[in-house]
Design a protein around this ligand. Structure first.
Ligand code: CA
Length: 229
């Protein structure tokens, strides 16, 4: 579940944020006031990350942040700050925010921050509570680090396992080769991107019904790969 609450009173900014998060594979819930945002968070424990604008009618974003922290310490919070309000960053972090994005921001910058926060909050929680990811015909066991297809074990290398896990945690999301490299090999790895393609080719041979016409690991031309359609 990748649910993000977007609190922003300016409708054009809110829809810009929402469109870009949806494009990145997130489910979004919108609020125009702090009071509304707090009510939505209270009734939906599935919300894992909240983006909070600061200048709002009614209570401001800092107060919303404080109140969210008072009821749930695990939710990830990113403040949307204006460039002219340098102090916002400090104040935001003091009230319990995890990160901030300065307006105007690019879609890539925004989704990168949300992705990073999900990895730290939502992602961790998932691996503790559930050690199986089931997406028929596949079943991934994250405790034993094994993959089954239609109940049959598929023998994977650790790298292939890492790629499958990344895919199954991000179904339907286009992942760039750089993202795959960072997630599986680590950010400190400065190898060639080609290594991603080589491993994907090998993985397809192991898991696709017909490796020349893949249906699970799909190519996103000029970008990377996507799990499913
Ligand atoms: Ca505002």
């Amino acid at each position: 579940m990748r649910k993000v609450l977007v609190l922003e009173d300016e409708e054009n900014i809110r829809s810009f944020v929402v469109i870009n998060l949806k494009r990145a594979g997130y489910e979004t819930i919108e609020a125009g006031t702090g009071e509304e945002a707090l009510a939505l968070i209270k009734e939906d424990p599935g919300i894992k990350v909240a983006l909070l604008d600061i200048m709002l009618p009614g209570i401001d974003g800092f107060e919303v942040c404080r109140r969210i922290r008072a009821m749930d310490s695990k939710i990830g919070i990113i403040m949307l700050t204006a460039r002219t309000q340098e102090m916002d960053k400090v104040t935001g972090l003091m009230t319990g925010a995890d990160d901030y994005v300065t307006k105007p921001f690019s879609p890539a910058e925004l989704t990168a921050r949300v992705d990073a926060l999900f990895r730290r909050t939502g992602g961790e929680e998932e691996s503790v509570s559930a050690d199986e990811i089931s997406q028929p015909p596949f079943l991934l066991n994250t405790r034993n680090r094994t993959l089954e297809k239609n109940g049959q074990r598929v023998k994977l290398t650790q790298v292939e396992y890492g790629i499958v896990k990344l895919f199954m945690e991000n179904p339907g999301k286009a992942l760039s080769r750089e993202e795959i490299l960072d997630a599986v090999w680590g950010k400190d790895y400065f190898g060639e991107l080609k290594i991603v393609d080589v491993n994907i080719r090998r993985l397809r041979i192991k898991i696709e019904d017909n490796p020349t016409k893949p249906t699970y690991v799909n190519t996103v031309w000029g970008y990377g790969y996507k799990w499913g359609s």
